[in-house]
Design a protein around this ligand. Structure first.
Ligand code: PMP
Length: 295
């Protein structure tokens, strides 16, 4: 579906949105990003996403020379054009927004001093929800042969545009006919999936790998850890292995557009009863209730 795009303050349709090939985001993958969606036309947990983006930028020594309110104003401006020109015609109700920040135009070398101005891109699209059956019936996942990046390499805590490892895992999942691929870390522990965080449930308690396992500190993951108890599902961080994954009563994934998605199969292994369990159901319900309220 059509996107409205803001490149350094200039708002156009997809065809008009252009970034130079001399941008170090293109040449070297030097960039960070965030992806958000709206509930009731308001971007959910926007402040948390922006805070993570600042941390990601700092993680690759990328300047972020705008205040929160300046970024919010640019996003709002772009979303307003989307709502005026596209959303009504597309018969969609919610927005998807992606903010990207790259090193900007420079020379054909790694010299950051030759890159005077970072590039800020905001992409707004109508939000396409997952088919309802993914939530009501659950999804299949697989375990990827590749491992999550070592935190001493490109730290997975940085939400960078260097997504090749994630892309390879996602391609593996696709070939396996799976919705997602689980990645272990370099120590052989569970880390996360290619684009979602991972939870296992045992005896009514939800557990997810700790940040120290080397993973993206998902905004949805943190929110689920916070609201778990109020949904009757206490949730905490714990070091986990494949054994925990295969012994789980329930498994679910979290992410901005994935929300809380139940997993019913891991390759040929059936999780629990093979249908979404009560923990994932209650968490999804509570997550959506809070999202509709805006927090
Ligand atoms: N892990 C990875 C690798 C991701 O790319 C994402 C999506 N941003 C997530 C987890 C989920 O994070 P969030 O809840 O912030 O969308």
């Amino acid at each position: 579906m059509a996107a409205i795009i803001n490149v350094n303050g200039r708002i156009t349709d997809e065809a008009g949105a252009v970034v130079s090939v001399m941008d170090h985001g293109f040449l070297y993958g030097e960039g960070v990003y965030e992806a958000m969606r709206s509930y009731g036309r308001r971007l959910f947990l926007f402040d948390r996403h922006l805070a993570r983006m600042r941390r990601s930028a700092a993680g690759i020594q990328l300047p972020f020379p705008w205040s929160d309110s300046e970024i919010a104003a640019r996003v709002a401006e772009t979303m307003a054009v989307m709502e005026r020109d596209v959303l009504r015609a597309a018969d969609a109700t919610e927005n998807y927004a992606r903010i990207l920040l790259t090193r900007g135009i420079g020379e054909l070398n790694y010299d950051v001093d030759a890159c005077p101005r970072p590039t800020l891109v905001i992409i707004v699209k109508p939000h396409t929800p997952h088919p309802a059956e993914r939530f009501t019936r659950g999804v299949k996942i697989t375990v990827a042969p590749m491992i999550r990046n070592h935190p001493g390499s490109v730290d997975p805590a940085i939400k960078s545009n260097n997504l090749l490892n994630n892309v390879l895992a996602a391609q593996f999942a696709r070939r396996a006919g799976a919705f997602e691929a689980v990645l272990n870390n370099y120590r052989g522990e569970l880390a996360e999936c290619s684009r979602t965080n991972l939870f296992v449930v045992r005896h009514g308690e939800a557990r997810t790998p700790p940040l120290d396992a080397g993973l993206l500190p998902g905004i949805t993951r943190a929110f689920v850890l916070e609201i778990g108890a109020s949904a009757g599902v206490p949730a905490r961080e714990a070091v986990l292995t494949d054994e925990d994954l295969f012994a789980a009563d329930e498994v679910f994934l979290t992410g901005t557009t994935t929300e809380v998605m139940p997993v019913v199969r891991i390759d040929d292994h059936i999780v629990g009863e093979g249908t979404p369990g009560p923990a994932a159901r209650h968490l999804l319900q509570e997550y959506r209730r809070r999202a509709a309220l805006g927090a």
